[in-house]
Design a binder for this molecule. Sequence first.
Ligand SMILES: [Ca+2]
Length: 399
Amino acid sequence: MKKRLGTIAAAAILSLANIAHAEPADFEQWVAGFRAEASAAGISQSVLDDALNNLSINTRVYELNDNQPEFSRGIWDYLDSAVSATRVANGRTKYQENRALLTLIDQAYGVDAEIIMAIWGLESSYGAIMGNYDAIQALATLAFEGRRTGYGRSQLIGALKIIQHGYANRGDLKGSWAGAMGHTQFIPTTYLAYAIDHDGDGKRDIWNNLGDVFASTANYLSVSGFRGNEAWGIEVRLPTDFDYALADTSIKKAVVEWAATGLSSIRGPSLVDGFDPNIRGRLIIPAGASGPAFLVFENFEAILKYNRSTAYALAVSLLSEEIAGRSGAVVAAWPRDDRPLSLSERKDLQQALKDRGYNPGPVDGIIGAGTKKALRSFQQSVGIPADGYASAKVLEALK
Ligand SMILES: [Ca+2]
């Protein structure tokens, strides 16, 4: 029978083999070793018994941890769902419902209410989807084996500390498969460092108490450098002969300096109107030269500390505008016909650059600074805008 397995069945077995990591006995042995480590880190025997006795692996966590998608979505598709009409409408309702509480939080932490609402909306759809995994089990599973063992170990110790401090009970620790918990999805170490007991009941309850949730989120943003009443950024128009090498994470300039390079506001005539001309920012072109451009300031960087994804920070920023009753619409069109490259195509692109004598760095499908630089050199050599953006069109041009 085994010889007659079709390709699909064989592939299924192969993928199961990839995720059938180890035997239960190995996990029990691992738990015993981890107990000693956690005990040395100061976790009491009773907390360890409560959390780790009869603990088992959650194989679903391995499936999700091993999943590295071949195809990536365009940022425009992500923004369409992140800043959907439903999420905007729900955000405005939640803002109204919690206005008094949010005013208190804004006064205490200097973080604008609409930003807290936007993060809440993106992290859990305003508390509707917080994740129902047992965080202790999920983190122990990650700590035991796979590509996040270091993360799993440190977060598991963090989760045990949360219980030991009495901030939350063992049964409260519910979250995503990767251990992000509560309304705004704090991982345990973030929780330990920044979660706040706003109502003073002794618990930092990011699962049930909105005061604790909003204060914790505002505190984290504030410590990350967020400043109330300052803009996250602005959509800009670039001059036709613009040097796209200026759109680089390492290049920050004051608004007046950017205006001198030819940038203008896409909505108004002047870039400096409505801004402190000395506020500093960097330029991002998330979909390359044929898509929108944004000048982003320190508050954008603070949002990035919450989640290191430009698409995420842009979604929070645009959603916050809509929740506050301003327009979060992006004016310039996204290049919806120029699809993002798949993982194997990104590797093809790096190989093609290498074959042409450029140095894109390792052929790993990760478009980092080296690949962008090589891509810009190639684009310059053939006279197309040197934005370093890896798209299907530029791959075609390379081949
Ligand atoms: Ca509390």
